[in-house]
Write a protein that binds this ligand. Structure first.
Ligand code: ADP
Ligand code: MG
Length: 454
């Protein structure tokens, strides 16, 4: 028997105090404020946000905290507790894509994107600068979106800190231009700014899932995001009432090599989209993928037939194109398949009261179906992930899957609350027996969107 290592659920107030104290230690003065943004658990939908599919993230209780103080000399300084000895300083107006490397690209990228596509009310005033101190409880590089948590907390901090330099905005305003989570229109624009920061300055061509989840989630709920227009719908995902729990496992396997692999899959599916003359690959599928009223078996047959016929249609369209790109058909298959799974899952979540326990059971099987697709079609799993998923299922999980882009990172499972500890023990034992690094188990309750804390 191997004792699983459980992380402790962060105490939000204590974390705010910790980052405040770290700021004072670093800069010798009180910060003007503290802002934070969550990582996310994506329940379903990988590699499809940039193709107009829907995804279903839930905000994590693990957040990135930014303590900040305004400067009026145009200088931005930043330090991260997670990057000791790598403090950075830059003149905001001199930030350009390609100037930096490493973690600071996410922070400087936000300032750059605010100025280049934020619009007048988001662009930073000319002399604005800031001192920032960052501390995070989101595992870094673990598929739980520490990068977006960093971007989104930084964006809120910079926008709010710059208030005294903006016309009509006084330092005594509670939240200038209403930065509160209920101002979804502004949140949606800030999310676009953070996406640009990640794509253009940090150089990661990811879609908009992570930033939308971090800025626009509602407390305790999952978000169904339609990436054709970034419209959102919050749905209850109250696993407690069904006596279920989320098991979130940081497999402690880095996904560093994934950049090129991610880009190749994205490019292939974008080529298929263009080959079919579509703006979004999602539009190759019918408008309604919920299979409302169908039994689990009927819904499964319907979607697998649909995926087959759509893959064939896409490949036939590509055959006709002059410079036909060649890629594994599984890459395309996975994408279309996952699009159908998310929308069925959203239907189930919205109807748990009506459908009862069978909704949760089918939901679990959708998770595993998606995992098998990521492993066998998209080919983004690895041994540590497979072992963790298998151990969860053997322990009685309703379903289990990779979270994030794969090649490492996190695994999640939906499981009877009484079996949670047993599943963690099985995963820990399976890892120990193979000599893998010990995984970390993260207690999961739904968190809330980015906000000001102090
Ligand atoms: P994920 O978003 O899944 O955690 P990414 O590779 O997208 O993984 O982002 C991880 C990168 O984001 C890190 O390598 C680092 O550059 C940056 N980052 C995330 N959190 C922090 C932090 N607290 N301090 C400094 N940099 C961070
Ligand atoms: Mg990321």
């Amino acid at each position: 028997r191997v004792e699983p290592h459980w992380a402790t659920l962060p105490d939000h107030a204590a974390e705010v105090e910790t980052v405040r104290a770290a700021f004072i230690k670093k800069y010798g003065v009180e910060p003007d404020g503290v802002w934070s943004a969550p990582g996310r658990l994506n329940l379903l939908g990988e590699y499809i946000d940039f193709l107009g599919g829907s995804c279903m993230p839930m905000p994590l209780p693990y957040r990135t905290y930014v303590a900040g103080r305004m400067r009026t000399d145009g200088v931005l300084r930043a330090s991260s507790v997670q990057m000791p000895g790598d403090d950075r300083t830059v003149v905001v107006r001199e930030i350009q894509p390609g100037t930096f490397k490493g973690w600071f690209t996410y922070v400087a990228g936000v300032a750059w994107a605010m100025n280049h596509e934020g619009g007048r009310d988001i662009a930073l005033p000319l002399n604005f600068g800031a001192d920032l101190l960052i501390n995070s409880k989101v595992p870094v590089g673990g598929g739980l979106s520490s990068s977006a948590a960093l971007e989104c907390s930084t964006a809120l901090a910079l926008l709010d800190l710059s208030c005294p330099l903006r016309a009509g905005c006084s330092a005594t305003d509670a939240l200038p231009s209403d930065l509160s989570p209920t101002n979804d229109a502004l949140r949606a624009r800030l999310a676009q700014v953070c996406i640009t920061a990640e794509n253009v300055v940090a150089g990661a061509r990811t879609g908009g899932l992570d930033q939308t989840a971090s800025l626009r989630s509602q407390p305790g709920k999952a978000l169904v995001i339609d990436f054709r227009d970034f419209s959102i719908e919050a749905v209850e995902a109250d696993v407690d009432q069904a006596h279920l729990s989320w098991l979130v496992i940081n497999t402690n396997t880095p996904h560093k090599l994934a950049g090129g692999e991610f880009a190749a899959r994205r490019a292939a599916n974008e080529a298929a989209t263009a080959g079919m003359g579509l703006d979004y690959l999602r539009n190759a599928l019918p408008a309604d993928l919920s299979c409302a009223g169908l039994s689990e078996q009927q819904a499964k047959k319907w979607r697998l037939d649909l995926v087959d016929s759509t893959v064939n249609r896409a490949l036939a369209a590509l055959d006709e194109s002059a410079d036909k790109p060649v890629f594994p058909r599984g890459w395309l298959r996975h994408t279309l398949h996952d699009m159908t799974l998310v929308e069925r899952a959203a239907y189930l979540l919205k109807n748990t009261e009506l459908l009862g326990a069978t909704a949760w059971e089918e939901l679990g099987r959708l998770f595993t179906e998606s995992f098998v697709s990521m492993r066998d079609e998209l080919c983004v799993s690895r041994r540590e992930i497979d072992i963790a998923v298998d151990a969860c299922l053997a322990a009685g999980a309703l379903g289990a899957r990779i979270v994030g882009g794969g090649f490492g990172g996190a695994v999640m499972a939906l499981i009877d609350s009484d079996k949670l500890q047993h599943a963690a023990e099985r995963v820990a034992l399976a890892y120990a027996q193979r000599g893998f690094a010990a995984p970390e188990f993260l207690p999961m309750v739904a968190g809330q969107a980015a906000n000001r804390d102090l």
